[in-house]
Design a protein around this ligand. Structure first.
Ligand SMILES: [Fe+2]
Length: 320
């Protein structure tokens, strides 16, 4: 019998270590049990909106650089993160200047909020303008140059996903996407096609989903990240639903629009980045006079692959 007093429950036991390790490898072992292994409490993903970051990015006083939507402190996450697997930035590029990025991610999703310019990735160049969307493979430094006016680009990566496992960026040419460019004109044309066909009630809303030749089978932009341009006519509220993926969204157009998240109303602001927490019951409402548009990035690929998306329609209380 041990000479120390045993706790009343195995849940009160601290981590156990080997009594007589015979090697460094044995000394590294730790043991938990069903009582104490599953009580790690992580802070929930908040239902917040980043409004100061876009204000700063759009200010003429702000120099060229990246402004991260980083709530790693709130998430108690040891690396920058907007949500556990996704990190969003506003990239500011002053007229005629250059911004270099070197993300440790498998890819980058970019949406042009303001201005025009180019981005070089390996031996390819994308010439972008306002309203364009692009996907760039990881494994390369990316060089953005603004034309004759200041530019602001929303950039989203899966850096936290790689940081979680202490992974490095893929070797050049091995990322799970090529360079893909969706022009604003083509996005408009594609939305027109959806509108002319209509939809049934089995869809939670109307959205254009962005994929590419290398990700066509999964309908994703990157294996982890799904990208959708949602649009909401005036007077419409999306059918409330929930899913296990988080949504990190950019408000593109949306006067008098708001989200309802677990019964709480969250008003939108121009160009803000919003977080719709995983598993929350949510819907988006347009009480304005114009069609609202918002770009939604979800870590849905992880959950689809794991067969754990957990999508369902639900009722929710009226917003307070
Ligand atoms: Fe949703």
């Amino acid at each position: 019998m041990p000479d120390t007093v045993l706790p009343k429950s195995i849940g009160d036991l601290p981590a156990q270590a080997p009594a007589n390790p015979e090697s460094e490898a044995q000394s590294r072992a730790r043991f938990f049990n069903t009582g104490n292994a599953f009580n790690v409490i992580l802070p929930p993903v908040p239902d917040m909106a980043f409004t100061e970051e876009p204000t700063q990015a759009l200010s003429s006083q702000t120099p060229t650089g990246l402004i991260a939507c980083d709530i790693s402190d709130q998430l108690e996450c040891p690396f920058p993160a907007t949500s556990p697997f996704v990190l969003a930035y506003y990239g500011k590029i002053k007229a005629g200047e250059t911004l270099n990025t070197d993300f440790v991610s498998t890819g980058v999703i970019g949406y042009v909020i303001q201005g025009s310019g180019s981005v070089v990735c390996g031996d390819e160049t994308v010439n972008w303008g306002q309203g364009d969307l692009f996907v760039l493979p990881g494994g390369y430094a990316h060089t953005y140059t603004a034309n004759s006016e200041d530019a602001v680009v929303w950039l989203v990566t899966n850096e936290p996903q790689l940081s979680f496992e202490n992974l490095q960026a893929p070797a050049p040419g091995t990322a799970p996407t090529g360079v893909v460019h969706y022009s604003a004109a083509e996005i408009d044309r594609q939305i027109g096609i959806i509108d002319s066909v209509g939809r049934d009630e089995s869809s939670p809303g109307s959205a254009l989903i962005f994929s590419s030749d290398s990700n066509e089978a999964s309908r994703n932009a990157l294996p982890t990240l799904t990208v959708a341009m949602n649009y909401l006519p005036p007077g419409i509220t999306q059918r409330p639903h929930r899913h296990n993926s988080v949504a990190v969204s950019l408000v593109i157009k949306g006067e008098n629009c708001f989200s309802t998240i677990d019964g709480k109303r969250k008003d939108w602001a121009p160009w803000c980045t919003t977080i719709t927490p995983p598993v929350s019951i949510h819907s988006h409402s347009n009480h304005g006079d114009e069609q609202a548009m918002f770009l939604i990035i979800q870590d849905g690929g992880l959950y689809y692959h794991g067969r754990t998306m957990g999508f369902e329609f639900l009722e929710q209380p009226e917003p307070k």
